[in-house]
Design a protein around this ligand. Structure first.
Ligand code: UDP
Length: 330
């Protein structure tokens, strides 16, 4: 299939581009490189450096390249930033997605796979979280993703678009050979910060809260390997092409690990000791977030291969050892 990957120079997008290419798809990447990296895009994919908000340009690109499926990753995704500067998130995420949907409508693109997030559920005591848990996003980032899911529903109802929203839990890891990985500036995610500390690139890792109602007092999250996420996107695209009717899927491993357990996994994999500081809670962090991903497993036979803490750490470590300064193109 001819597919367009927006945000294909970003973390999850660039891994999905590789998975699509490996399956024989023709891939065009659309990225404005505001946060993505040119070097994350493999040579086998065509790269168009432009903004998704340029409806005319995107419509032309879709028509010229005879695109049948759009995988939409391009978005800002920092929770703290979304609260400090919401207008940027409404513009880039909501207006950007509307522009892309409109270009897709005009170019009659039939399939759309959307990068959504577990943040649409907000704080919940329900575990594991199924797709039917009520939506109560507690930050602007999660709100923008939910607004886009609403737009998708209306584009299907009115114009017949076939779409799926994939709600990621905690994306982690890197290509098994370390050739592609996570490069955010600034980095705020747990696993990159732990490994950068273990490698001596930072002097300590802080644990945000040790008095949560969990076995060891630290937050529990569902870490899902980015290569498993990429595989899920390919399967869902095929699912839509085969006439699949479900519209939202959780992507998680269905197993939760605490912050302390992840630190322990990093100690084991790196064989290094490093400084851990017990700090206060980070506002807005629920105690436990674990997915039920039964729905996508049943619908597409998706089965995560790499989503255990040690494998995630081994692959991410390979990336940081070979790319201590990331893609170095900023
Ligand atoms: N966390 C932490 N120290 C850090 C960064 C994160 O203890 O320096 C915790 C955070 O409170 C959360 C978990 O690690 O419980 C995962 O956080 P991350 O930012 O990686 O992802 P999020 O769950 O916010 O999407």
């Amino acid at each position: 299939m001819n597919v367009l990957v927006t945000g294909g120079a970003g973390y999850i997008g660039s891994h999905t581009v590789r998975a699509l290419l490996a399956q024989g798809h023709e891939v065009t990447v659309l990225d404005n490189l505001s946060r993505g990296h040119r070097d994350a895009v493999p040579a086998e994919a065509a790269l168009c450096i432009a903004d998704i908000r340029n409806v005319e340009l995107v419509q032309r690109l879709l028509t010229e390249r005879r695109i049948e499926g759009i995988l939409h990753f391009a978005a800002h995704s920092c929770v703290g930033e979304s609260m400090e500067n919401p207008t940027v998130y409404y513009d880039n995420n909501v207006v950007g997605s509307w522009s892309l949907l409109e270009a897709g409508r005009r170019a009659a693109v039939p399939y759309f796979v959307f990068s959504s997030t577990a943040a649409v559920y907000g704080e919940t005591d329900i575990t594991p979280i199924t797709e039917d848990v009520p939506y109560k996003p507690i930050n602007v980032y999660g709100q923008t993703k939910l607004m886009i899911e609403c737009m998708l529903k209306q584009f299907e109802r009115a114009y017949g678009l076939k779409y799926a929203a994939l709600r990621y839990f905690n994306a982690a890891g890197a290509m098994p050979d370390g050739s592609c990985g996570e490069d955010h500036e600034p980095e705020t995610h747990l696993i990159p910060l732990i490994l950068q500390t273990a490698l001596g690139l930072r002097d300590h890792i802080s644990i945000y809260g040790t008095n949560y109602p969990t076995a060891d007092g630290t937050c529990i999250r569902d870490y899902i390997h980015v290569v498993d996420l990429a595989d899920a996107h390919c399967r869902v695209l095929q699912y839509l092409a085969d006439g699949g009717k479900l519209r939202a899927f959780n992507l998680g491993s269905q197993r939760g690990f605490s912050v302390r357990e992840m630190i322990e996994a990093a100690r084991k994999v790196t064989g290094r000791e490093f400084t851990v500081i017990e700090a206060s809670r980070r506002p807005g962090d629920p105690a436990v977030l674990v997915a039920s991903s039964e729905r996508i497993r049943e619908a597409t036979r998706w089965q995560p291969q790499y989503s255990d803490p040690e494998t995630i750490m081994i692959h991410a470590l390979r990336w940081y050892e070979t790319h201590p300064r990331g893609y170095e193109d900023r």
